[in-house]
Design a protein around this ligand. Structure first.
Ligand SMILES: [Zn+2]
Length: 82
């Protein structure tokens, strides 16, 4: 069985490449290669979905933290002025 379209990665995308891609940190040439592999590899699509969930959770967490930090600053201000 021939695994085409993955000459530079071996049979599957390395974890760190998937992670970088999920976080949107891959340079364009690398992202293209990742997408090309994802087109032919369901296994790596599943792995990327897991990375995506993780990236999404991290983004949500970052957003939540910024939001709650802003809220607590607001709380402190209100406490001072009321
Ligand atoms: Zn793969």
């Amino acid at each position: 069985m021939a695994l085409e379209a993955t000459p530079s990665f071996g049979p599957h995308l390395p974890e760190e490449l998937l992670e970088k891609y999920a976080f949107g940190r891959s340079p364009e040439s690398e992202a293209e290669a990742v997408e090309e592999h994802l087109l032919v590899c369901e296994c790596c699509r599943d792995r990327l979905a897991a990375e995506d969930d993780f990236a999404e959770a991290m983004r949500a967490l970052a957003k939540f933290d910024a939001h709650s930090a802003a809220l607590s600053v607001l709380d402190r201000c209100e406490a001072r002025f009321c």
